[in-house]
Design a protein around this ligand. Sequence first.
Ligand code: G
Ligand code: G
Ligand code: MN
Ligand code: NA
Length: 254
Amino acid sequence: LQLENRLRHALEQDELFLLFQPQYDINSNALIGCEVLLRWQDPQEGLIMPSRFIPIAEDSGLIVPLGRWVMREACMQMARWRQQGLLLPKIAVNVSALQLTRMDFIDDVRAALEESGLPGNCLEIEVTESTLMEDADLAARQLSILKAMGVRLSVDDFGTGYSSLAYLKRFAPDTIKIDRSFVCELPGDSEDAAIVSAIIHLARALGMSTLAEGVETEAQHHYLRELGCGGIQGYLLGKPQSADSLAAQLDAAI
Ligand code: G
Ligand code: G
Ligand code: MN
Ligand code: NA
């Protein structure tokens, strides 16, 4: 409860901020987007990571106003980059089950897009398998409205959840994010290699793109490229960083 109260306070006092982790095309190394990652700068404790406060935000319902803030800030940042002539194709925002299954989530997204003047296809929402399974009918309805707005969908942490393949067909995400746990032992681990290869083939057959998370080494990059993975994200090519830092990268790429 104490952390919950402090988190509520943090949201009011502007102690939350966003980092942006770049995502690259695996073949051309072009920037294809970035994932928005929330941070909490607590005046006493210092930097607090989402693994500590997101679960509390979800249990308390605070994730709703907090997620609304993230969505709005992320879209505003994307709009600022575009005004500076820095063209990043999309920004990916993590969305929890409680957010996705609330009727006002659609209004929040629409408001964030309108306020920032962004077209829907600049925004991607990242949801985990378990989020899609929580209330699959409601999630499907919400996602079809978002899809009509042009908003894209990626499935986060793919392969780690309690999931079936039927939901991939049903939700038809634009992108499957291959979880870091399958990437970190590549290329040496033959079981992980088989899993990653299977995911890439499945995605391709279903017309979806793939993005590997947690790529830390050249060997992983090279191997994933050989397997036909579409995109990569990870410390090798870019850590979660400030908006200005990412802007400098974008600027250099023009
Ligand atoms: O870098 P990292 O420790 O930031 O992120 C850990 C996890 O926290 C992410 O995988 C993601 O699932 C979650 N997370 C980060 N930012 C957000 C956010 O804005 N909203 C939600 N719902 N989850 C987030
Ligand atoms: O939403 P998701 O759980 O996928 O968030 C990505 C998480 O992975 C964040 O916590 C981010 O900081 C972290 N991350 C991003 N790139 C790397 C990487 O190359 N290695 C490791 N170990 N973690 C990473
Ligand atoms: Mn994510
Ligand atoms: Na992940």
